[in-house]
Write a new protein. Structure first.
Length: 242
């Protein structure tokens, strides 16, 4: 992979939030689809993640404010491609499968696609995290009407409509806020199955009860938000490619 600067043309940018993922990065970046650009967002790593990513050809940006949402949003604002994908950087998800997630967005049949995680072993997804995800799916259905099974971290949408959603959460609630605001705006939201593997290294969120509880708190706050009264509609044109 050759590093592509911000102005480099790419059909899809892949945002990879990164916190101490030096061990996983070579495999992850080696699986980025050909012609797509990897944007690694270093979220305060104390290992050599940023240097490894840069050496492997990724475009590296830095976000010193700790938080999954902070890293994701910095990557989104750094992106220039029409379509943006998000993927964890811990080797739990295979970036080579991103075309199956991004395809419906690229062909205009969906506005936001989530990769529904299908664990390949019990170790891939701790019981407490799976239970929290089931409850979250129930709350999402009640709040938005969307019958989702998973708030998957692998996802795809068009960049300009995403920016127009004006996402404000900078912690664990960011993925949920994206789905809720997209639903409020009438976006077509779809799921596709993706294998979910045990992550490389230590989990910063769902690997611990404390991290899971913090994520649940962040997400409950998002679900309690009032619907946006000025929905993102024709001006950003989800589904039309404009």
């Amino acid at each position: 992979m050759t590093e592509r600067p911000p102005s480099s043309a790419s059909p899809v940018d892949v945002v990879l939030p990164c916190l101490d993922e030096a061990e996983a990065l070579p495999w992850v970046l080696g699986r980025i689809p050909s012609g797509w650009r990897a944007i690694v967002v270093d979220n305060g790593s104390v290992d050599s993640s940023a240097d490894i990513a840069r050496a492997l050809g990724a475009y590296v940006v830095h976000e010193p404010r700790r938080g999954f949402g902070a890293a994701c949003h910095t990557g989104l604002t750094a992106a220039t491609a029409d379509v943006v994908c998000f993927c964890d950087c811990d080797a739990s998800l295979d970036p080579a499968l991103l075309p199956a997630v991004g395809g419906p967005v690229l062909d205009g049949s969906a506005d936001l696609v989530l990769g529904r995680r299908r664990p390949v072993t019990r170790r891939a997804w701790p019981l407490h995290a799976r239970l929290a995800n089931l409850e979250l799916a129930r709350l999402i259905r009640r709040r938005t009407g969307l019958r989702l099974h998973d708030l998957g971290p692998m996802r795809a949408a068009r960049r300009r409509p995403l920016l127009a959603l004006d996402l404000t959460d900078r912690r664990s609630g960011y993925p949920l806020q994206m789905v809720v605001r997209a639903a409020d705006a009438g976006w077509r939201v779809a799921e596709t199955d993706v294998p979910y593997h045990p992550r490389t290294g230590r989990s910063k969120v769902t690997g611990t009860w404390r991290g899971t509880w913090q994520a649940v708190r962040d997400m409950r706050a998002v679900l309690a938000e009032r619907p946006v009264t000025d929905p993102v509609t024709a001006a950003t044109t989800p589904g039309t490619g404009r």
